[in-house]
Design a protein around this ligand. Structure first.
Ligand code: AMP
Length: 442
């Protein structure tokens, strides 16, 4: 009954019961008071459904594959049981390892660990070029650390250079697990698994999306795992209002965005495009629209990326143009609107992109533009919208599902699109000239 109320679905054997209140952590599970104090200080009043079920499973030392909507508190669902199990700092090297697909998400996880471990002198390391170098120079330093957070490639380098020791790791978490088990990352993830040689290791996978193929791949390296699904599998968060907007040709998108800006919008807004090139192009268009706009992608320096994220969080950037880099895990609490300027290449990408809004129970809007070229894939998104309870016109419901092959093709290669630039070089020069005239007049 309890699980049903919170839409918690579980699959597996001997599944521990969920808990209902953070007070239970102290009274039932013997959590140390510092954790409960940190929870109270964070103003988290009650556990979210994924926390209710995943925490007891992890406390019981079981492997877990957890699927819960974007922004539903997955990070805390693994941080709390890890802190509980590690008890305190031990100076025996890393005992918990969290892998994240992007550096930005790793940083966010690091901050949450630090917040929840106030009062205990755990040493948490986020692996960067600098921290890896320090540990390479002073091997004795490595033993001082308890928890490691890293992106796969950085960690694989450190393993190959023998700069990290993972034999004592007993909690291995893959955050955004399906991404880490995709082809591009799989080899690195495999190498990390091989370096975690402790036979008593607990493995946990967390994501908002876990396609069945990934689930079956994962069951090969997990021990009698328990699967937890909150709500519907591979669905979007229900507090997000989703819309599909037909823009005809490519040019229609810019017109639609400009219209939105002119009509007045509530920042912050996140706009997703399919490539770095297009992100730059759109930025060069919107920079002249008198809005605080910036662009983030992997070609920007780390310092620039950090400062953009901070400024976006602080409301100094109103509109942030992003590539897929920002699609997963990033917790921007106040994002009001996500615009899919370019149609996403997969259902998973759609769910994660729009999941940057409507987090922690808040409401949010998501608009997806589609052109004639995107139309054959429309039904995949319509299906997600239907599952999340959105109102959909009949004609959309009657669309044909794209074939498996065409979906795979799109996943591999984005649709070729006309460049976004509408301004000629002459126009841009003219605008710059105007700016100078203005400065001179001042
Ligand atoms: P996550 O899905 O882990 O990125 O979390 C999404 C947002 O929910 C973050 O801003 C968390 O701080 C917040 N959050 C996590 N757990 C709770 C909770 N029990 N109650 C309220 N907010 C929470």
């Amino acid at each position: 009954m309890f699980r049903k109320r919170f839409r918690i679905h579980t699959y597996g054997t001997d599944i521990p019961n969920p808990f209902s209140s953070f007070d239970d952590l102290e009274s039932k599970y013997d959590f140390q008071p510092y954790i409960c104090k940190n929870l109270r200080n964070s103003a988290y009043e009650k556990p979210t459904p994924i926390q209710m079920q995943a925490i007891p499973i992890m406390i019981h030392g079981r492997d877990i594959m957890a699927m819960a909507p974007t922004g539903s508190g997955k990070t805390l669902a693994y941080i709390l049981p890890i802190l509980h199990d590690l008890k305190g700092p031990e100076k025996m090297g890393y005992r918990a390892l969290v892998i994240s697909p992007t550096r930005e998400l790793a940083h966010q996880i690091y901050r949450e660990f630090k917040k929840m471990s106030v009062g205990k002198k755990f040493k948490v390391c986020m692996l960067t070029k600098a921290t890896a170098a320090t540990q390479a120079q002073s091997p004795h330093l490595r033993e001082k650390f308890d928890i490691l957070i890293s992106t796969p490639l950085r960690l694989v380098h450190a393993i190959q250079e023998e700069n990290v020791e993972l034999k004592n790791v007993r909690h291995l978490i893959l955050d955004e697990a399906d991404k880490l088990l995709e082809l591009g990352f799989l080899e690195q993830t495999d190498e990390i698994f091989a370096a975690c040689s402790n036979t008593k290791i607990q493995k946990a996978l967390f994501s908002a999306t876990l396609p069945s193929s990934v689930e079956s791949l994962a069951s090969n390296f997990m021990k009698d795992p328990i699967r937890v699904v909150i709500g519907l599998k591979n669905a979007a968060t229900e507090t997000i209002k989703q819309r599909l907007v037909y823009v005809g040709q490519e040019e229609g998108k810019l017109i639609a965005v400009r219209q939105l800006i002119q009509e007045g919008f509530k920042p912050p807004v996140l706009i997703f495009v399919q490539s770095i090139e297009r992100a730059k192009e759109l930025f060069h268009e919107l920079i002249y629209d008198s809005i605080n706009v910036d662009v983030i992608h992997s070609e920007r320096t780390k310092a620039q990326r950090d400062s953009i994220i901070l400024n976006f969080r602080q409301g100094k950037i109103w509109v942030l143009i992003a590539t897929e880099l920002m699609a997963r895990g990033m917790d921007f609490k106040g994002v009001n609107l996500v615009i899919n300027y370019d149609f996403p290449q997969s259902v998973q990408s759609y769910i994660h992109r729009i999941g940057r809004t409507g987090r922690a129970g808040r409401t949010g809007d998501a608009v997806t533009y589609y052109t004639k070229d995107d139309a054959p894939y429309l039904k995949s998104i319509v299906n997600v919208m239907k599952e999340s309870g959105c109102e959909i016109p009949d004609w959309m419901l009657q669309l044909k599902n794209p074939s498996k092959e065409s979906k795979q093709q799109l996943r591999k290669k984005p649709i070729e699109r006309k460049t976004i630039n509408t301004r000629s070089t002459y126009d841009i020069k003219k605008m710059k000239h105007k700016k100078y005239v203005f400065i001179i007049l001042l």
